[in-house]
Write a protein that binds this ligand. Structure first.
Ligand SMILES: Nc1ncnc2c1ncn2[C@@H]1O[C@H](COP(=O)(O)OP(=O)(O)OP(=O)(O)O)[C@@H](O)[C@H]1O
Ligand SMILES: [Mg+2]
Length: 328
């Protein structure tokens, strides 16, 4: 069988029914019951990327809307485009006000993606739309950060928190995709391969499936070049990581800096996550200093997320680690 690499596997394997959703917590199971009962509140799905929010919303729409009216009764909007916010509002108003046959109370669903990107003033307008809309229109808002949604909207919705998927769940789904795609992954290497994909994904199933597909496209999975996969995904490969740990151990700032500088495709936040994982392997750091370093890494990660110069921050991190190492 030839591999079909044209369609992204994340789309090919987008869950189409509840059974496909790699369920993550009790809240999601409750959600099913809500939908079954037909008495659905407005909802907010919040949580990290690639954990099933959009997929779940689409499954709900498919279950509740009549097939023949699906496209008429479902409005999918992405709010990230704030320039066109007035457009979003106009479309939204037209949709919820659309004349329905008198007496007919068919359900309509509005899926509003990336709602946390809507400026607060516009959220106020949205809140009024939600308030005024007839009870047969249900809103599903999606966001990564619920603290960016204004309280009056939150209080009108049932909030469902999606979480990063566990190693077991990610592996389970990856193995499913691998089987469906008839991938040949040598048995003795499968465990390490899937563990690496999980590490790279950080619990984001979309990223995990994308990395799997990329490895296959680059023919890395047949002979499982874990180090290549790590590098392509913006992480240090294992030999480099070992070298770096050695340099830290030797309290050798220059060497550590050179190793990091030689690594062109480094992604600073990935780097931090990777170093955080191996800190305990640097034997000569006292446990008290480990705690300080971890806190410091949190700061660095935050600064980078706020736009600080990545190279300076990474250098600062290296200096701090070296500083906390006791010469053996
Ligand atoms: N819980 C899950 N069960 C099964 N597949 C999933 C799950 N979460 C994510 N996926 C896979 O990742 C893809 C993207 O998922 P989805 O669009 O639902 O994520 P999302 O939570 O809406 O992310 P974002 O916050 O980036 O919009 C899906 O097409 C599917 O292949
Ligand atoms: Mg989404």
């Amino acid at each position: 069988m030839t591999l079909d690499l044209d369609i992204p596997w994340t789309e090919k394997y987008r869950p189409v029914s509840w059974n496909d959703i790699v369920s993550q917590n009790i809240a999601i199971n409750n959600l099913k019951d809500f939908v079954k009962s037909g008495n659905m509140p407005h909802m907010i799905f919040t949580g990290p990327a690639g954990t099933g929010k959009t997929s779940t919303a689409l499954i709900i729409a498919k279950k509740l809307l009549k097939k023949e009216n699906y496209y008429r009764d479902l409005l999918e909007l992405n709010a990230s485009d704030t320039v066109r916010m007035s457009y979003v509002r106009r479309v939204l108003k037209a949709f919820v006000n659309q004349n329905m046959n008198p007496g007919e109370k068919n359900l309509k669903i509005v899926i509003l993606d990336e709602a946390d990107n809507i400026p607060n003033t516009v959220q106020q307008a949205l809140r009024r739309i939600i308030e005024k809309t007839s009870s047969s229109v249900k809103f599903i808002l999606m966001c990564n950060y619920i603290n960016r949604i204004i309280d009056p909207i939150i209080s009108r919705c049932a909030v469902f928190r999606f979480v990063n998927l566990s190693k077991e769940k990610i592996k389970e789904r990856l193995i499913y995709v691998a089987q469906r795609e008839k991938l040949h992954i040598p048995e003795d290497k499968a465990e390490k391969f899937f563990n690496t994909l999980f590490f790279i994904s950080g619990g984001d199933l979309r990223k995990a499936i994308n990395t799997l597909q990329m490895s296959v496209a680059l023919e890395l999975s047949g002979n499982i070049e874990i180090n290549e996969i790590l590098k392509i995904s913006g992480f240090l490969d294992e030999p480099t990581l070992e070298n770096l740990i050695d340099a830290f151990q030797a309290k050798d700032f220059k060497r550590a800096r050179n190793i990091v500088n030689s690594f062109k495709s480094i992604d600073s936040r990935n780097f931090i996550r990777q170093i955080l994982g191996v800190l305990p392997r640097i034997k000569s750091i006292k446990s008290k200093n480990l705690t300080i370093l971890r806190a410091y890494m949190g700061d660095i990660d935050f600064r980078i997320s706020q736009g600080a110069d990545e190279q300076i921050q990474i250098l600062s991190l290296i200096a701090e680690i070296v500083d906390n190492v006791n010469k053996l």
